[in-house]
Design a protein around this ligand. Sequence first.
Ligand code: PMP
Length: 426
Amino acid sequence: MHPHLWYPFTAAKTAPTPLKVKAGQGVWLELDNGQRILDCISSWWVNLHGHSHPAIAAAIAHQAQTLEHVIFAGFSHDPAEQLAEKLVQKLPGDLNRVFFSDNGSTAVEVALKMAYQYWHNQGQARSTFLAFEGAYHGDTFGAMAVGARSLFNAAFDTLMFAVDTVPFPATFQGDETVAEQERQSLAAIATQIDQAPHAYAALILEPLVQGAGGMRMCRPEFVAQVVQCCRERGVLVIFDEVMTGFGRTGDWFACLKAGVQPDLICLSKGLTGGFLPLSVTVATETIYQGFYSDEPQKTLYHGHSYTANPLGCAAALASWDLTTAAEPQFQALAALHHQGLARLRHHKGVTQCRVMGTIAAFNWVTDQPGYLNQWGQWIRQQAIAQGLLLRPLGNVLYVLPPYCITAAELSQVYDGIDKILAQAPD
Ligand code: PMP
């Protein structure tokens, strides 16, 4: 560990020393010691097209020679306008006002502020939110508040605003259990809102897949029912597609797969293909109109120094074209994941194998609780020894590589996992 760095997650004395990375190319990372490691998790679901993609690098280099940065308050530029056009054309319905910020957490923060102030501007004090158990929306205060309480945010418990939560009906518990859980979840949403019809500014949901909560997947039909339930009761819906966006669920966005339109959507991670930190919160025209006024207090006073940074927007435009080209891969990846998981099912501890588009995951039966449990640490270390970057979420192992992974490389990933699980402690 470098003595002058404060690494995230690794401050604990027991944490392994961070591995030093020298270079990245496609799905491969090269460590300082020359070892090559296959990035099976797209560096926390960011690198859609692998590392150092030449097309994105070239777009950034070109933009850097033209306009590297200008404050976005009072100014505009082509890269931001072109990216907004693309987003609005692809997103459903009238999600057509694009607000830029810098990362997933702030995209969520902005969505919460927009939802809250939208009602406030109409003279309604809707001071709480509905969220799902097990959710993760980021590490800023608002994003933490609507996420599940955990080891990661326990220290700030008293500072976080209260939210009401409903169960997330994850699939792979048997059809009947899922149907029952969906009924309970929808009933809980309806009951909570009906008990206090003007209390909730919005419901926030990671549609189709709860990422950090353990790659827990729900059915598209359920997502559609949640939206309908909220809409009938006049509560706004925020989709946090920071993880699910840009093809991860097999469609460009989970909202398209579910056939619904939220009032606000948050996107980041894959947006720039991993090159620069950038995010957007896209709002409907109705929400935007709630701020568009002669009264200064109705304005959304939120802006970052790096808002809509031209380099980030140029990277996003280049990444967009690569995602368009990768679209035919989505189904092929899903099929390869199914084949890969089928090879792991014989292990006694493997349960709940699941695939959603380009995301595959399974649970490992262990009595070791907790997010950073020993099983996970052990898997991570064994994976490195096998030349794989894997990051267990509690007792969940997932495979979420860049779209450019070849069938042979993905097969190699599942071979590696198979070998590791063969030696796994109970
Ligand atoms: N929302 C979701 C669904 C996420 O998965 C994450 C990051 N894991 C975030 C928000 C926060 O994004 P960031 O780390 O860029 O702040």
